[in-house]
Design a protein around this ligand. Sequence first.
Ligand code: HEC
Ligand code: HEC
Length: 258
Amino acid sequence: MTDCIMCHRGSDDKLSGHLWADDGIFGKLSSANLTQHPIAGIGQYTDGELAFMLRTGIKRNGHFAGPFMSFPLMADDDVAAIIAFLRSDAPEVQPSERRQPPAELKFLGKLFYKVMVKPTPYPQQAITAPPPSDKIAWGRYLATGKWECYRCHSAGFETNNDLEPEKSAGYFGGGNPLEDPEHNRAVSANITPDPETGIGKWTEAQFAEAVRFGKRPDGTSLSPLMPPMSALTDAEVSALWAYLQTVPPVKNAVARVQ
Ligand code: HEC
Ligand code: HEC
């Protein structure tokens, strides 16, 4: 749920949504209210509609919500766990009346939705995650299907391959320029095992600190655009590390924003 919370947390500390993009050329876009409120929230979604939305990015009203929350490769059990959370007694999803303001997209925002990004197809078969005992395969699943690290960490959203992530341009080589509504900017890091430009000289412990707590090996903090994923278990971080060691090194020096 870490990534849903990052984009959907509202000022009332529930998942009531917030202004998510606000840019002179992209336009304004708020994230939706995901609380159980029947009108302002997602109370009217059925479980099937939520599963369809999480797979394809297409909302109940038929509109495409964008490429940031379609999970075409996520295991069925993990999709079910997200839906169960949205239906649970957790304080974050209790009804909030905050209404999502309509989007006001400008030139780039419209182009982005109409041309650059597409919904992903609904899977035709059941999807099961590899067992954690198969560490590298499970790590690959976490990096591509469940946490989708490759999306931010490859060359760019437009050149990502949603169904065959390894075919994304600059797979895990970083360089994707990102900006949030507070105008924090960062370029995603090269996390391939390349020793000079990637994380080839890092230790697993340093990697775990960066992923879970947003700390670089020198003790400084990573940009808020790398969401600290404190919800990841030790086993998940270790499997992500093991898998990333097997990714072909990419030589791409990314200037770190200090
Ligand atoms: C990178 C930011 C981002 C992340 C991560 C994200 N969302 Fe969203 N979400 C948005 C935005 C922006 C919208 C509004 C899109 C629109 O209005 O078309 C949205 C809309 C939705 C909707 C549509 C609700 C409606 O009104 O029809 C659902 C459901 C949803 N998100 C669920 C989730 C879940 C569950 C997660 C975590 C697994 C998640 N989102 C992660 C940004 C995000
Ligand atoms: C929303 C986009 C986004 C997602 C998703 C994301 N990252 Fe990042 N990550 C970034 C950005 C941007 C940076 C660079 C931050 C900076 O320079 O301060 C970064 C930095 C890092 C670093 C530090 C590398 C360095 O050289 O400083 C590691 C390690 C890392 N990410 C691992 C991961 C893993 C593993 C996942 C999935 C579990 C992941 N990231 C998901 C955007 C993302």
